[in-house]
Every structure is written in C-alpha cells, then in structure tokens.
Design a binder for this molecule. Structure first.
Ligand code: KG4
Ligand code: ZN
Length: 357
C-alpha cells in the first residue's frame, strides 16, 4: 500500500511516499529557516505564503523520487493540526484536491501522532504498552500508549515547550534561529555547572508529570542582566561565559525531561520508550537517555525524521487507511488539536495486552 503524506503545519513544506507504513520511498522537505531567521521565529503570514509557493513542487518531487505517478497512490494522509492555521490549510487543501481527483481516501493526522510514528522506520516494531516523550518547538508531552493509537496524557508543559525555550534563549543571547541546534553545538564546549540559574517551577503535586520551562527562560534572562552578558553581535564568537550559560540551560532542560521520563517508566513499566520531536535531535539528551536503563528499549528517529517531515504523517495514516478509514473532504484544520483519546483516571493496563506494530 502506497501512502502519500503531506505536512505543512509550521515552517516546513513536506511530502513523502511511504510503502506499507514502514518503507520510505521518498521524503522531501522544503525548509523555510532562511525566511524566518531574520525575525528570530516563524512569521505565520510568510510561512503560509511559502507553503503555497512550493507545495506543488514538493509533492511533485516526492512522487518523482518514489518513481510512481499519482494514480499508483492508494491513499493520502495530511496533517490537520496542531499548527499555524494558515499553514495547515495549504497542505490540507492540496491533499483534498489530490484525493478528489484520484477518488482515493484521505485521512487527517494529528501532527503529534505523526512525531510518535517517526520511530517506525529505523527501529524494531513497537511493543506496547509504550511511553512517548514528544519534545518539539510547539509541544512537550509525555504519553502512555497502552495499545496502538490509544493516547493517554501523563504530563504536558504548563507554559513553554522545550524547543520554544531553546529558541527563545538563543534569541535573547543573539545566537540565531532555530536555537536548538545552535545551543546543542555550543554547549559541547561549555561547562553545564558554571552558570548557576536560580528559578522556580510552578507547584506540582508529586504524582504530576507536567513540565514547565518558562521560569528557566526567565532565569537565563536575569542571569544575562546580572552578569552583564552582551548578546552576540552578527558573526561574532560567543564568550566562554555565554557558552557556559548555554550548557547550563541545556543541562537543566535535559534534567527535567529525564526526571519525568524516569518516573513515567517506573510507574508504567512500558515495553518501548519513544523519544520524538525536534528537540529529540539534541545530542546531550540522546547521550543522557542512552546512558540510562529505563527497563525498556528507547527508540528515536534519525535527525531528518526527528524534525518535521511527511514520512511520519504517512506512517501515522497507514493503519487508518489500511482499515478503510476515509475522512473525506470535510476535514477541518485545527490549530490547537490535542492528542488524547484515553483518560488515565483509574486506568489499568490489561495484564495480557501485548501488541506489536
Ligand atoms: O518537531 P519540530 O521540527 O517542529 C515542531 O513540531 O515544533 O521541532 C522544532 C524544534 C525547534 O524549537 C528547534 O529549536 C528544536 O526543535 N531543535 C532542537 C535541536 N534540533 C531542533 N532542540 C535542541 N537540540 C537540537 N539539536
Ligand atoms: Zn513537529
């Protein structure tokens, strides 16, 4: 079964052809980083305009690289949310028109579910129950997935997403956009114990696995002022104190992510742990997770599949299309779409449940 996936929720226009849910035949991504970099963040109007400019070419290239024409595609999967509504609408309208002219089914996919499926290409099959930590520019959530496509929320950020914190801190230090990869690289030269960041996190009861990053971001801002650290001017080398600050900030983000993941694994004894979303590219986070025994294997995608792409959207669409779902032309874009179809209150994982994707 060949699925054409389309993703346009933020600043990447992407299309991919995936065979039987796990084989990537093509994966084309047009990034808008250069457009948004001067503004230190994504400008929604510019993003939708760029999606419009390149979606035709991106989809055409995905078909060409997969060496198939449109008539060979068995179904379409498109991101319907969460994301920037103007950006989502470009991918959604394009996918609807393809489904209409080919008379093939179309499914709308939650972008976060897409990130979770990004691990299916390069890892063994997922054993359930699984736990997924999705850390990206827009989201930071911890899910319990007792069986395929069932998502219970164990914790989510109360304020900024982890990637958003990386981007905002990089912006205030004058380091550039997107901040995650820049801080990741810089932090390798820094001492993560050097800058003492004093911050408070909102009160959370001991059972809660929610995250909070905005206090940490404010602590960086205060530290910069108190220590008179000047933002990096265009093209200049950052000072050692700034490098140490970046390393300290990153170290605390990783510590917070690891603490929640560790607790979730202890409580729910998953058979697989999934690490996904743009921040999962972070080399120190990967190293810290690899060094720890969670009692279950941890799967993550290679960098190109970790940040936004359409192969993950096609993979998430595959099981739905394979069982005959067709969401038709009525799918609406939803900027704040949640991924949660299971309440965990009093929920017990059935003892015999063993699923494999
Ligand atoms: O998943 P993604 O491409 O888009 C969203 O769904 O948000 O994630 C983008 C985010 C950005 O905030 C970026 O700074 C962050 O992922 N990111 C990283 C790294 N690479 C990308 N954060 C930390 N370390 C990295 N190496
Ligand atoms: Zn994403």
């Amino acid at each position: 079964m060949l699925v054409l996936g389309i993703e346009s929720s933020c600043d990447e226009t992407a299309a991919a052809v995936v065979q039987d849910g796990v084989v990537i035949r093509s994966n084309v991504i047009a990034s808008q980083i250069k457009t948004h970099a001067p503004y230190g963040g994504v400008v929604p109007e510019l993003a939708s305009r760029e999606h419009l400019n390149c979606i035709d070419h991106v989809v055409g290239s995905a078909l060409e690289l997969a060496q198939v024409d449109l008539s060979r595609i068995d179904g379409f999967a498109v991101t319907k949310g969460p994301g920037l509504v103007g950006s989502l609408l470009v991918g959604l309208s394009y996918a609807k028109s393809l489904a209409f002219v080919t008379a093939k089914p179309l499914v709308g996919i939650n972008h976060i579910e897409g990130h979770i499926y990004s691990v299916v290409f390069e890892n063994p099959g997922i054993d359930y129950p699984a736990i997924a930590l999705v850390v990206s520019g827009g989201h930071t959530s911890l899910f319990l997935i007792p069986e395929p496509e069932k998502y219970g929320v164990l914790g989510r950020t109360r304020d900024d997403a982890a990637g958003e914190a990386f981007d905002k801190v990089a912006k205030l230090l004058g380091l550039g956009y997107p901040g995650g990869p820049i801080i990741d690289k810089l932090a390798r030269e820094g001492n993560s114990e050097a800058a003492e960041l004093v911050f408070s996190v909102p009160r959370m009861d001991s059972y809660n696995l929610d995250f909070s990053f905005s206090g940490l971001k404010t602590a960086v801002l205060r530290y910069v002022k108190e220590n008179q650290i000047e933002p990096v001017a265009d093209g200049a080398e950052p000072s050692q104190s700034m490098i140490d600050l970046a390393a300290s900030f990153q170290g605390l983000v990783i510590k917070s992510l690891l603490a929640r993941l560790r607790q979730a694994a202890q409580r729910h004894s998953p058979r697989t742990i999934i690490l996904a979303g743009g921040v999962a590219c972070n080399s120190a986070l990967r190293a810290a997770i690899a060094a720890e025994d969670f009692g279950a294997p941890v799967y993550w995608p290679s960098p190109i599949l970790t940040t936004d792409n359409a192969a993950m959207i096609a993979a998430a669409g595959y099981p739905k299309l394979a069982r005959g779902e067709d969401h038709g032309l009525e799918i609406a874009a939803c900027a704040s779409l949640k991924l949660e179809n299971l309440s965990l209150e009093g929920y017990q994982i059935p003892k015999k449940a063993r699923y494999r994707l």
